[in-house]
Design a protein around this ligand. Structure first.
Ligand code: GLU
Length: 410
């Protein structure tokens, strides 16, 4: 399915609401720069491996462009373009002084050795270093990348540009990283889920949750759901899944998943597929894996009354419509998973002033930003009688449109 057109549907719904002119819409939808580079590296077996790398700089009306770097076999032009655009709206929803970008390499990172991954990352930096930087475009971890990849990125970038720790975020703590960056997206998701139930006069505590995904975002989401008293009844990861209607013991499951290469087979649980997970009897469904998971085929299966999107772009417009008709409330990705980029911003601010903030300060600032964004989106949705997705787009694209207009186009 064409992701680009798909996300434009959400954009135009909100743009109609805001009565944004066609001229400004075209400016806002067209990426500023879209590059594709060939990455040839020496493989461990002596042969040459070639890969394609992408970086899309979508919009800089509100500041330097910001967004992750994804290593995944499905990465292509269209996916990166869609995700770059989502970053522009996301940074605006949480009111960070950024625009949006996204990058990626079409590769299965698990099929490469550590040395090969390092050479691939350094080659990518060689190819794009003159178009990124602390004041232009700041990459960060995304699916298939982590602090180690960011450390290689920074090291290679600095060979060209000197000391520039703010050129990338999500770095290890030992290399100008930020406390709480690794947990930030999952923590943000749970702050948002908590706020949602609070607004509804209910509590996250005691709510039954089904969670798709147990990577960085999924595992921290599970941890913080458990800490706040929610009952996680089903989890799937790339290899399989496990369920227990009475609740999964998350600390034990986390340990189990480390030694058993995934959650499948967790003692005391039953296996579960993704389709079965969507159909699980629960209050809240959290997709925290790949995009495009909730479709016209899977949305009718959903039993939860609430969906909080931890993944980027997990719901197709057809599925979104189905949820709306069925009275299922969806908290969109550009709000729900903005915790990661918010703490990336804290890291960038610290790097630029060469200071280090403690974890409790980071967590408090994150909680405050996420709650403020949720409340602003909630208010628009109530006042204008629109879905939370449309409300988040109205808030995000409204800010970008204003900045675009004020800057003027010569
Ligand atoms: N990759 C994350 C996202 O999709 C974080 C981006 C960042 O920190 O710049 O929001």
């Amino acid at each position: 399915m064409n992701n680009l057109n798909k996300s434009d549907i959400y954009f135009h719904t909100a743009a109609d609401h805001l009565q944004i002119s066609d001229r400004i819409r075209t400016l806002m939808l067209t990426p500023e720069r879209d590059v594709k580079v060939q990455l040839a590296i020496r493989l461990d077996n002596g042969e040459i491996g070639t890969f394609i790398g992408y970086r899309v700089q979508h919009d800089s009306a509100r500041g330097p462009m910001k967004g992750g770097l994804r290593y995944h076999p499905q990465v292509d032009d269209e996916e990166v373009r869609t995700l770059a655009q989502l970053m522009t709206w996301k940074t605006a929803v949480v009111d960070l002084p950024y625009g949006g970008a996204k990058g990626g390499i079409a590769v299965e990172p698990r099929s490469l050795s550590k040395g090969e991954l390092e050479r691939l990352t350094r080659k990518f930096v060689d190819q794009i270093h003159d178009m990124v930087g602390p004041d232009t475009d700041i990459p960060a971890p995304d699916m298939g990348t982590n602090g180690q990849v960011m450390a290689w990125f920074m090291n290679q970038y600095q060979k060209y540009h000197g000391f520039q720790p703010a050129c990338v975020t999500g770095k290890p703590l030992e290399l100008h990283g930020c406390e709480g960056r690794e947990e930030a997206t999952g923590r943000g998701v749970v702050i948002i889920a908590d706020r949602l139930f609070h607004q509804l006069g209910q509590s996250l505590k005691g709510k039954k949750v089904a969670l798709q995904g147990f990577g960085n975002v999924g595992s921290f989401t599970a941890k913080f759901l458990h800490e706040r008293g929610a009952i996680v009844v089903a989890i799937t990861d790339v290899r399989g899944g496990c369920q227990n209607p009475a609740g999964l013991d998350i600390p034990e499951l986390t340990e189990y998943a480390k030694t058993n290469n995934g959650v499948q087979g967790f003692p005391g649980s039953e296996p579960v597929t993704n389709e079965q997970l969507f159909a699980t009897k629960c209050d809240l469904l959290i997709p925290a894996a790949l995009g495009g998971q909730l479709t016209k085929d899977t949305a009718p299966l959903v039993k939860a009354k609430y969906v909080v999107e931890a993944a980027n772009d997990p719901t197709t417009p057809e599925a979104d419509e189905i949820f709306h008709e069925r009275g299922i409330l969806v908290v969109p990705d550009i709000l729900a998973n903005a915790g990661g980029v918010t703490v990336s911003y804290f890291e960038w601010v610290q790097n630029r002033s060469v200071v280090h903030w403690p974890l409790d300060e980071i967590r408090a600032k994150l909680e405050q930003r996420m709650n403020a964004a949720f409340d602003a989106v909630w208010q628009i949705s109530q006042q204008s009688n629109v879905t939370l997705r449309t409300a988040a787009y109205v808030l995000g694209i409204g800010r970008v449109a204003k900045a675009t207009e004020l800057s003027g186009v010569s």
